[in-house]
Design a protein around this ligand. Structure first.
Ligand code: DX5
Ligand code: ZN
Length: 225
């Protein structure tokens, strides 16, 4: 993975057909996805359950680009090794998931993955002040985590702008996650985000047997920024 600030569209397979993850990953990449965003939920840190490292390992051979694993679980540390072994390129943990995010980020890099830190909409940027020299990505949640298809929270655009200034020249991706549409993508891209996670806005109207709408949806987001 090389670093650059070009806009990357990362479809979230939370909105994919759960019975067809492998084919869905291949379809979105063929239709222009830059990264594949994988939402892991535990029914404890967030009020929804998805899947764990075994599923990540199973879909890994179907992903040629970047496997971007977003952990919405608590605790995180006991599972880092398993997600790294499953082939995650980026592993992102939430600052709110426990008292030792610094240790968690060390462990993620120690396991050989890029380290990401995610902030819920109600969490201040102060919480990453002392983490910026140990992360490869900061994810600003633009919805409360747990579900796809929620409404974009506009107050987070300002947060992205402030984060962009804090980051300066450091090679850190700014990812935004939740409620991305062509309209909201423009706002966060202007504010400094470079990785745009989009679930429902990419998968709507398509399927593995009719993947062309995925491409149209990805191009609509890209065109707006
Ligand atoms: C929310 C997840 C998101 C979600 C985005 O908890 O982290 O990645 O899938 O879905 P949309 O784009 O539909 O808001
Ligand atoms: Zn996510």
């Amino acid at each position: 993975m090389t670093f650059d600030r070009s806009i990357k569209i990362a479809p979230s397979i939370l909105s994919a057909d759960f019975a067809n993850f492998g084919l869905e990953c291949e379809a979105i990449e063929a239709q222009g996805a830059d990264w594949v965003h994988v939402d892991v939920m535990d029914g404890h840190f967030v009020p929804n359950i998805t899947f764990g490292p075994a599923t990540c390992k199973a879909i890994r051979p179907h992903i040629k680009t970047v496997m971007d694993v977003h952990l919405m679980i608590a605790p995180v540390d006991p599972y880092i090794e398993a997600f790294a072994e499953a082939g995650a390129d980026v592993i992102t943990a939430h600052v709110e998931a426990g008292p030792h995010i610094h240790r968690t980020l060390q462990a993620i890099r120690g396991a050989g993955a890029k380290a990401g830190v995610a902030l819920n909409p109600g969490t201040d940027l102060d919480s990453v002040d002392y983490l910026l020299d140990m992360v490869d990505l900061v994810c600003i949640m633009t919805v409360n985590p747990g579900f796809g298809g929620q409404k974009f929270i506009h107050s987070q655009v300002e947060k992205v702008r402030k984060l962009r200034a804090m980051i300066g020249d450091r090679p850190i991706h700014i990812e935004i996650d939740g409620g991305v549409t062509p309209e909201t993508a423009l706002l966060v891209a202007e504010a400094g985000a470079d990785v745009l996670v989009a679930g429902s806005a990419v998968f709507k109207g398509g399927s593995v047997s009719n993947p062309a709408p995925y491409g149209e949806n990805i191009r609509a987001i890209r065109a707006s920024v």
